[in-house]
Design a protein around this ligand. Sequence first.
Ligand SMILES: C[S@@+](CC[C@H](N)C(=O)[O-])C[C@H]1O[C@@H](n2cnc3c(N)ncnc32)[C@H](O)[C@@H]1O
Length: 240
Amino acid sequence: MSHYPQADFYAAVALDSWDTFGPTVAAALAPWAGRPGVAVDAGAGTGLSTQVLASVFAGEVLACEPAFALRASLMTRVTGDPDLIRRTTVLPWDVDRMIGEISEPLTVVTAFNMFGHVGDDTRAAFWAWLGRWLTDDGVAVIGPIAEQDTGSRDERETPLPSRAVGRLTYSATARAETIDDTHGRWHLTWRIHDGDRLVDERSSSFDWQRAHPEVLIAAAAEHGLTARLTDDGLLLATRA
Ligand SMILES: C[S@@+](CC[C@H](N)C(=O)[O-])C[C@H]1O[C@@H](n2cnc3c(N)ncnc32)[C@H](O)[C@@H]1O
């Protein structure tokens, strides 16, 4: 997904969910806080996930983001922070390219709000890559799993948190269409309001592959990894 038609809305609309999701991620990563080494953030978006990862993990961070417009925001976030600019590398890679290019021991690998973009073949290659490169004391964190499971939602329009930025309010609604047991399609509508006046509206749809925890846990096990689902809906994979 190198084109992201709502890229200019993303940082505003995602901010509130990261206000609550960020501390959850930070708590899950806390045991890896003092470890040396390299971390990868797959599908880093505008860098909200990268920022939380780097706030806990003190080593080098490789932030991979294939969408040009989101990567521009990611680069702005990284270059605007003296700590991030020193130890974060921004890479234009999707997961397929990322696992082809990165061949070195990894202490932390994260994939937030993005695993559903990735199909079966890429998932299989991802687990094999993790099985090869995750260090003995490393962790991979994927999630949130529940949000990726479009099949558990009805097909009503659901509002996402809205966010005022200056005079304007950015909002989005999401509708999950179930295609079959493993595939869904998200339909999103993005709106900008100035008070009651609608000043912009855009829609986008994309396919989503469900992430059944038991399937992910079995796939991880095939490559020598033990994965478990936390109460917060994060999948943590380690070398048992
Ligand atoms: C909802 S955003 C999440 C961004 C960030 N991780 C966060 O949680 O704020 C989904 C991200 O997945 C990325 N993405 C989509 N398909 C991808 C793929 N095949 N490989 C890597 N990233 C992908 C998109 O470009 C986008 O940045």
